[in-house]
Design a protein around this ligand. Structure first.
Ligand code: 5IU
Length: 277
C-alpha cells in the first residue's frame, strides 16, 4: 500500500532513521504536521516566535546565519523550547560543497549546526553521496533531507536532478530521512529513473511554499494550500513562514498563535482526508 494511506504513528514505528521516527511520533502525538519557518534576524525575535508557535508545530525551521546577535545561548534556549514544547529543530542550511567541506561546515565554525539541529538539508549537486555530512550527523543521531524539488518559480531542481536525489537517498537509508519536495517524489516511477522504491522505504516529504492567503511573494515564492500539499500531492509536513510570523520582526504573539492554529487545523484535516481517500 502507498505511504500516503499509512498513519504517522504506523510509519514512526518502522522508520529506520531515529529522527524521522521522532518527528512522525510528534506529528501523531500533537496532531500537527506544521513546521514553522522562522526567518527573522534577531535572537529575541526567533525565541519569541518559537515560544509562541511551539505548542502547535512538530518542527521549527531556522536560518541561523541571518541572526545578527547569534550566540551559544540562543541555541541552548532554542533546545530548551524544543524540549518544553516537543518539537524538532531543523537548520535549513542547504549544504552544497564537497564532502570534506560540508563535514566541517556542519560540525564547526561559529554555528556548530550538528550539535543542536536535529535535522538539516543538502543539495545533491556536488556529490552523489552525502557521506561527508553522514560522517558527522550519524553518530549524533541526526537526520538529513535532500533538496529534491524547490518551491520557487522556475527553479532547476526538476526531472533527472530530482530522480538523482531519490537514488542518493537510497544509498543512505539510516541518515537520509526524506526530501524537501513538492510532491511524493519517491513514489513516481518516472521521476525515480526507473528505480523501484526499496522494500518498505519511507521518506518524509517536507514542503515549503504553503500559504492560505497569498499565491506568491513577488520574489519567486509560490504558495499552495495545506490541502493541495498534504492530500492532493501526498507530502507529509507543511512548512509555513510568513503566513504565520508575518515577515519583518514578526506578528504579535496572539496573531502567531491564531495563525498556527489555523494552519495546524488545515494541515491535520488534509491528512485525515488523505487517509480516507
Ligand atoms: N524554502 C522555500 N522553498 C524551497 C526551499 C526552502 O521557500 O524550495 I528548499 C524556505 C525558505 C523560507 C521558507 O525559509 O522555506 C518559506 O518561507 P515563507 O513561508 O515565508 O515563504
Amino acid at each position: 500500500p502507498s505511504i500516503t494511506t499509512r498513519t504517522y504513528a504506523e510509519r514512526a514505528a518502522k522508520h529506520p532513521v531515529p529522527v524521522a521516527k521522532q518527528l512522525l511520533d510528534i506529528c501523531d502525538r500533537k496532531k500537527t504536521n506544521l513546521c514553522v519557518s522562522v526567518d527573522v534576524t534577531s535572537k529575541a525575535g526567533l525565541l519569541r516566535i518559537a515560544e509562541a508557535a511551539g505548542p502547535y508545530c512538530c518542527c521549527i525551521k531556522t536560518h541561523i546565519d541571518i541572526v545578527e546577535d547569534f550566540d551559544r545561548d540562543l541555541v541552548q534556549q532554542l533546545q530548551a523550547l524544543a524540549d518544553k514544547h516537543d518539537f524538532l529543530i531543523w537548520e535549513d542550511r542547504k549544504f552544497a560543497d564537497i564532502g570534506n567541506t560540508v563535514r566541517l561546515q556542519y560540525s564547526s565554525g561559529i554555528y556548530k549546526i550538528a550539535s543542536w539541529a536535529h535535522i538539516t538539508n543538502a543539495h545533491l549537486s556536488p556529490a552523489r553521496h552525502p557521506d561527508g555530512l553522514a560522517s558527522v550527523g550519524l553518530p549524533l543521531g541526526r537526520g538529513l533531507l535532500l533538496l529534491a524539488e524547490m518551491s520557487a518559480k522556475g527553479n532547476l531542481a526538476t526531472g533527472e536532478y530530482t530522480a538523482k536525489n531519490v537514488e542518493a537517498a537510497r544509498r543512505h537509508p539510516e541518515f537520509v530521512m526524506g526530501f524537501v519536495a513538492m510532491r511524493r517524489v519517491d513514489e513516481r516511477e518516472e521521476t525515480a529513473g526507473g528505480v523501484a522504491p526499496g522494500e518498505g522505504a519511507d521518506y518524509v516529504i517536507m514542503t515549503p511554499g504553503v500559504g492560505l492567503d497569498s499565491k506568491g511573494d513577488g520574489m519567486g515564492q509560490q504558495y499552495r494550500t495545506p490541502d493541495e500539499v498534504i492530500r492532493e500531492s501526498g507530502c507529509d509536513v507543511i512548512i509555513v513562514g510568513r503566513g504565520i510570523y508575518g515577515g519583518g520582526d514578526g506578528n504579535p504573539n496572539e496573531e502567531i498563535v491564531k495563525q498556527c492554529k489555523r494552519y495546524q487545523e488545515a494541515g491535520w484535516k488534509a491528512y485525515e482526508d488523505r487517509l480516507r481517500q
